[in-house]
Design a protein around this ligand. Structure first.
Ligand code: FE2
Length: 526
């Protein structure tokens, strides 16, 4: 079945993975084996940011190259050449987890890099860098992060990961769409995805094996710890809590594969939202905007109606008290996490967030002159584009902003992915007043490789598309519909600086370049 995704207008155009949805499982190849890199650890190594005294280490033992062996050794050292080993142990590759291996290595010292590797009978894996986080009450002066999302295998090459590998960052925040459960139609693909549409755990595993076989991605993971969350395509396009209820087996398969392949601890389960304190400098709250969310606002049409754009009744429904993207439990946790950090004097509050939080309203109907003539206009009425985002959850968004504004909490910065394009905006407490106080800044990174909205591929078309959002209410500071890439976030006590590093993923060979740079001064977000 092929249908137009609700997000195509903004996100993917005719080249988007959103075009293909559930049910086109034809050319499945769950036994796909990626090309060998000459090691039994053919998918490389990944570490996860975890705690002041512990890191998560990940690898996979390729059964075709391990001659029946399942047990491996692991070592952690204080130097990249692995001479000063401080921790070591043994671990097993579990066939019921697709031969993946995860280790929670503890007893480490806070706020420093370690290097690690696995070995099979003395034959080592590539060496990777792990990192412990600072103690919660430590005085810390810097944090550097890369933010990245959306890496459709078929739609582009991973030049962005080569850039990330060469950057000096503490960790990579992965903001969703690590794999795509669907497949890019042949003529639009620059690489072949032989797996087809994934619906079983074997097929989801095969997607992770395919994506992890990329040498640039492996280099990026070896260089830096990962802090991942999922978006929709790790399961199914545009999913929400109703999809979990409608396809429980598929949801379980998708979540299980994610936990098997991501360097997170616990090893399995369904909860991915969590926070990481970076001393007194920052807290990083990683959100799950998918599995608990209500269906998108659709003008009270019920479950299953998913409009691309919204106006009138759709906006009225989005404003309904209690409608939620995060779910009540996660919303309470987020409020508590940010409040507590603020109360303890933590400077920056970073949100790792899947979907754009700043409304994308192309036509503003909540205008004083119009409201005088039409007093029944929905609050914040207008023409919204992309109802998969926070556009469908305006009540909850306003609830959060009002709370943070009432408490005068400075330094809230939302780091977002999803939309395959770069955006920068200030989120003001009053959506209609472009001079009202700024509560949060939002930085949306473009995609690593997934198709941009520049569907014609010309600079003229991109320029035409980029003109709109600069003049919308709320307005955007910056929009880039033409490049792929990632964000670099450089946090110090008094400043937060974001650079967008861009590339062209459809080109087989392309560099990564600094594009624009934004600076926020702490406590002066206006
Ligand atoms: Fe995506």
């Amino acid at each position: 079945m092929t249908r137009l995704s609700r997000r195509d207008l903004l996100r993917a155009g005719v080249g988007g993975a959103g075009l293909i949805t559930v049910g086109s499982a034809t050319a499945c190849a769950p036994d796909y084996v990626p090309p060998s890199n000459g090691s039994a650890f053919s998918l490389g190594v990944v570490s996860g940011l975890h705690a002041p005294d512990a890191v998560v280490l990940w690898t996979r033992l390729d059964p075709a190259l391990a001659a029946g062996r399942t047990e491996v050794g692991w070592q952690i050292a204080t130097d990249a050449s692995m001479t000063n080993v401080v921790r070591s142990g043994r671990a097993s590759a579990d066939p019921s987890r697709d031969h993946t291996i995860k280790v929670l290595a503890d007893g480490l010292r806070p706020d420093r890099s370690y290097w690690y590797r696995f070995d099979l009978d003395g034959n080592p894996s590539p060496t990777g860098r792990a990192r412990t986080v600072p103690l919660p009450d430590a005085s810390v002066s810097s944090l550097r992060l890369a933010t990245a999302s959306c890496q459709s295998w078929g739609q582009g090459w991973y030049h962005a990961w080569a850039g990330i590998a060469a950057d000096d960052v503490d960790a990579v925040l992965w903001l969703g769409d690590y794999i795509y459960e669907s497949v890019t139609p042949g003529p639009l693909a620059v690489r072949n995805d032989p797996i087809g549409t994934a619906t079983t755990v074997e097929q989801y595993w095969a997607k992770y094996r395919l994506y992890r076989s990329d040498p640039n991605l492996q280099a990026g993971h070896a260089a830096h710890p990962l802090v991942p969350i999922w978006d929709d395509h790790e399961f199914v396009n545009d999913c929400n809590r109703h999809a979990n209820e409608a396809f429980p087996n598929r949801a379980q398969a998708a979540y299980r594969a994610w936990f098997d392949y991501m360097p997170v601890w616990p090893i399995d389960g369904t909860r991915i939202y969590r926070s990481i304190r970076w001393g007194d400098l920052a807290v990083i709250a990683m959100l799950d905007g998918r599995q608990y969310r209500d269906h998108p606002a659709n003008g009270f049409a019920g479950v299953g109606v998913e409009p691309l754009i919204g106006i009138g009744d759709v906006v009225a429904e989005s404003n309904l008290e209690g409608r939620s993207m995060l779910g009540q439990a996660q919303r309470g946790w987020l409020i508590d996490t940010i409040d507590e950090a603020h109360d303890r004097g933590v400077r920056w509050k970073l949100l790792g967030n899947q979907l754009m939080m700043t409304p994308t309203r192309a036509i503003d109907l909540d205008d004083p002159a119009l409201r005088r003539v039409f007093p029944d206009l929905a609050r914040h009425d207008g023409l919204y584009i992309n109802m998969d985002s926070w556009n469908s959850y305006l009540w909850e968004r306003q609830y959060l902003l009002d709370h943070w504004h009432d408490r005068r909490i400075p330094g809230i910065t939302v780091l977002t992915g999803d939309i395959h394009s770069f955006w920068t905006a200030s989120q003001r407490v009053d959506l209609e007043d472009r001079f009202s106080p700024v509560v949060a800044r939002e930085y949306v990174t473009g995609s690593v490789s997934s198709t941009t909205p520049n569907i014609l591929g010309t600079d003229e078309f991109a320029s035409f598309m980029e003109q709109g959002p600069i003049n919308w209410t709320p307005q955007f500071d910056y929009v880039n519909f033409r490049d792929h890439g990632y964000g670099l976030v450089d946090v110090s006590r008094d400043r937060l600086e974001v650079r967008y590093r861009t590339t062209r993923a459809r080109e087989r060979y392309f560099g990564v370049y600094d594009n624009v740079r934004f600076t926020d001064n702490f406590g002066r977000n206006s």
